[in-house]
Design a protein around this ligand. Structure first.
Ligand SMILES: Cc1cc2nc3c(=O)[nH]c(=O)nc-3n(C[C@H](O)[C@H](O)[C@H](O)COP(=O)(O)OP(=O)(O)OC[C@H]3O[C@@H](n4cnc5c(N)ncnc54)[C@H](O)[C@@H]3O)c2cc1C
Length: 439
């Protein structure tokens, strides 16, 4: 019997084991944590608040994945139309700001519009970095005020240090008519790349995964500490050692390379150059549910510690006790560009103070619940070093026959559905591979 090891039990690990299960091939899934789901884990507190590991909603357009998720929750999910806005220097602006400038000071709006119009009629050379792309797309005044400022908080580095191969539909490029209409009228179309989304009615986002575990040999609390590609063995922190015929890894590349026996120096150095943000997630529950009309809000100003806040109680009525509401704040750091400068717990009072300052939490509100979580690997940072370093790391893994998948194996900007499919493709590679004898 071929022995297949899957490292990581998040979306990618689930995708890999799902594909192998379809072919009747058993695999063992290992995860260092005491629970499965990776970033899609949900935390249910005894007081009744449910928080995911960062805001998680399913907005996949892939009908097959939609069906899989729907079946996993027996059709019990909410369908919600996304309302998204921005907070900038005391103003609440519908998202995206480039086509919702109405209501801002006239001289400011004129400056933004002039830049956008100039950019529209200017032929620019192909952009070589994110800043150039933003300036060519929106003009310098808007680019500097909104996306470059937000990017600095969210990606923890300058736009000039970032590539553009991650953009996809993320930044909406409106027509000039849309920009002008949005500066005159309060009624604008919803053009966010997430329009309608789904969320499980019960149990938080992780409920979309649960049945994937049926029949899966899942070994929790197994942190990989050593991988020997020659003898094809894995060793875990508790001393357990196993052999493998195939290994599929969804664990972050820098962590994986660090534990590979005799990985070449250039590969080790390349892996260390891969940058990723760390997200400190502050969860707050209060004694009121009418907190916001918006599902999430982007924060631009430097003096607000969070980049984004969202409201889990608006995703499902079962995410908070009746009559209460919940807020999730995301604060971004990175070891490469902006190391976390305090104990994570210290972020709780900072976040609550900022929630009060912008009026989301009122002085009269009672805080019923608060907690903090750290997602060490959050968003891959597409800095200018990423592509070259990734080629070296992936080239080496291909050479030694270690398959990689998921957001931190492919080292990309994958959403849950993409991570799942990436796991399925890694499993397909295993299914297509000739069986080699273990050394
Ligand atoms: C803040 C935030 C919000 C997001 N919101 C959304 C959203 O709304 N919708 C959406 O579709 N996507 C969202 N995403 C993206 C989504 O979380 C990812 O695409 C997906 O969860 C990635 O799954 P994965 O399996 O690739 O990685 P992970 O979920 O990180 O799984 C990797 C697993 O490997 C394990 N592991 C790590 N190291 C070791 C080791 N040494 N030994 C053993 N196990 C190890 C980890 O414990 C983990 O379980 C969001 C991401 C973040 C950070």
């Amino acid at each position: 019997m071929t022995s297949i090891a899957i490292l990581g039990s998040g979306m990618a690990g689930m995708g890999a084991s799902h594909r192998l299960k379809q072919e009747g091939l058993p695999a063992v899934v290992y995860d260092m944590k005491g629970h499965y789901g990776g970033h899609t884990a949900s935390y249910v507190d005894a007081s009744g608040f449910v928080f995911d590991e960062g805001p998680h909603i399913s907005f996949t357009k892939d009908a097959r994945i939609q069906q899989l998720f729907a079946d996993n929750v027996n059709g019990e999910y909410e369908v919600i139309h996304a309302n998204v806005n921005n907070y900038w220097k005391g103003s609440w602006i519908k998202h995206p700001a480039q086509c919702n400038l109405r209501g801002l000071p006239t001289d400011f709006t004129v400056k933004m519009l002039t830049g956008i119009i100039e950019a529209h009629y200017t032929e620019s050379p192909p952009a070589t970095n994110y800043e150039e792309w933003l300036v060519a797309s929106f003009g310098r005044p808007f680019a500097e005020t909104f996306p470059m400022q937000y990017g600095r908080k969210y990606h923890t580095t300058e736009a000039s240090n970032m590539s553009i191969d991650w953009l996809g539909p993320r930044l909406y490029k409106p027509s000039l008519e849309e920009v002008l209409a949005g500066s005159l009228s309060a009624s604008t179309s919803d053009v966010h790349y997430i329009s309608d989304f789904r969320y499980p009615t019960r149990g938080g986002f992780v409920s979309f995964l649960r049945p994937f575990l049926d029949g899966v040999d899942l070994r929790l609390n197994h942190r990989l500490v050593h991988l020997d590609p020659r003898s094809r063995t894995l060793r875990f922190a508790d001393g357990v050692q196993v052999g493998y015929d195939h290994v599929i890894s969804s664990i972050p590349l820098p962590e994986l390379i660090r534990v590979i026996d005799q990985a070449p120096l250039d590969v080790v150095e390349a892996a260390e150059r891969l940058a990723c943000s760390t997200c400190v997630i502050v969860n707050v529950g209060i004694d009121r549910s009418d907190i916001s009309d918006w599902h999430w809000t982007y924060f631009y100003d430097d003096d607000f510690c969070f980049s984004r806040i969202s409201f889990p109680h608006m995703l499902s009525p079962n995410n908070a006790p009746p009559g209460t509401g919940s807020i999730q704040c995301e604060l971004y750091f990175s070891s490469k560009y902006k190391p976390l400068d305090c104990e994570p717990e210290a972020c709780i009072p900072r976040a609550i103070a900022d929630l009060k300052r912008c009026g989301i939490v009122r002085e009269t509100d009672r805080v019923l619940f608060s907690s903090v979580l750290v997602a060490k690997y959050a968003n891959v940072i597409f800095d200018l070093e990423r592509a070259g370093a990734l080629r070296v790391v992936h080239g080496y893994l291909d050479e030694i026959g270690v398959r990689y998948c998921g957001r931190y194996g492919e080292w990309g900007y994958q959403w849950t559905d993409e991570a799942f499919k990436s796991g399925e493709s890694a499993a397909q590679q295993v299914l297509d591979a000739p069986l080699m004898a273990r050394g």
